[in-house]
Design a protein around this ligand. Structure first.
Ligand code: SAM
Length: 261
């Protein structure tokens, strides 16, 4: 009997219809699959049934990793490690289809790290990821809405995002207190180049630090009131951070990078 550990966000997906639905979102036959946090291997079994070429899984919990080895033997490749500590860009020999019913406490950290670390070559074909609904709502938020912020801007920079469905707590064991949402991410062909993505992090952090205040203060803090940037990007400093669209933030990060040389 496996005891779920709260500290590792262990809520295991048990609803067979949802498990089937997740593995039908994209064709994985003969493809390389990476699963984050396989837990007891429920989703892994459904992935396995679709005959991928290879399955890699990353599981931090030692006991669960041993359990997975017993259950799947050499049919899957188990990496018993912390997904946040691994260099995902060099992990696999080919582009992967990534699945993850992510541990909720670190889900935003995982997706942000992946985007910030992305090189010109994407290491994945697509991502099929489950988040706490509240977090998913922030990821897919449009500008001019209250959920729009750093997470939406960072995630939408290089990825097209589609919501698949919401999932109720009863689909999991133990039942979480929150609802979940499943999102599908595909690499964008075109996006504004920012050499150091940490500049996008910085710009969005400073701008959304006081999301109810006008843009004047964060703009002056980063750009020293540079009028050329204001005119070029046609920014009205009387607006609030949530009123600037995605593109303007990417351009601001680009300008900030240029300014710093
Ligand atoms: N995929 C399984 C399922 O749907 O039934 C389990 C999902 S559960 C929400 C999250 C899983 O991620 C757990 O198995 C947990 O041990 C694992 N996990 C938590 N933190 C992790 C980390 N930093 N690196 C890798 N795995 C982690």
């Amino acid at each position: 009997m496996i005891r779920a550990k709260k500290s590792l966000g262990q809520n295991f997906l048990t609803d067979k219809n949802i498990l089937e639905k997740i593995t039908n979102i994209t064709d994985i036959k003969n493809k390389l699959v990476l699963e984050i946090g396989p837990g007891t291997g429920n989703l892994t079994s459904y992935i396995f049934k679709k005959k991928p070429q290879k399955i890699f899984v990353i599981e931090k919990d030692n006991l669960l990793a041993i359990n997975l080895k017993k259950k799947f033997g050499d049919q899957i490749n188990i990496i018993n490690d912390d997904v946040l500590k691994l260099d995902e860009t060099n992990l696999l020999e080919d582009k992967a289809i990534v699945f993850g019913n992510l541990p909720y406490n670190i889900s935003t950290e995982i997706i942000t790290k992946w985007i910030i670390n992305l090189k010109d070559n994407f290491w994945f074909e697509c991502l099929v990821l489950m988040f706490q609904k509240e977090v998913a709502d922030r990821i897919i938020a449009e500008f001019n809405t209250s959920n729009y912020g750093r997470l939406s801007i960072i995630c939408n920079w290089k990825l097209n995002i589609k919501k698949i469905c919401d999932i109720e707590p009863k689909a999991f064991s133990p039942k979480p207190k929150i609802h979940s949402s499943l999102l599908l991410f595909h690499p964008k062909q075109n996006f504004i180049k920012i050499n150091d993505p940490n500049n996008l992090e910085k710009v969005t952090r400073v701008f959304f630090n006081q999301r109810r205040k006008m843009l004047k203060k964060p703009f002056n803090q980063l750009f020293n009131g540079d009028k050329k940037v204001l005119d070029k990007l046609k920014i009205d400093l009387n607006l609030r951070p949530q009123n600037l669209n995605f593109e303007t933030y990417y351009k601001l990060a680009f300008e900030y990078e240029n300014l710093r040389g």
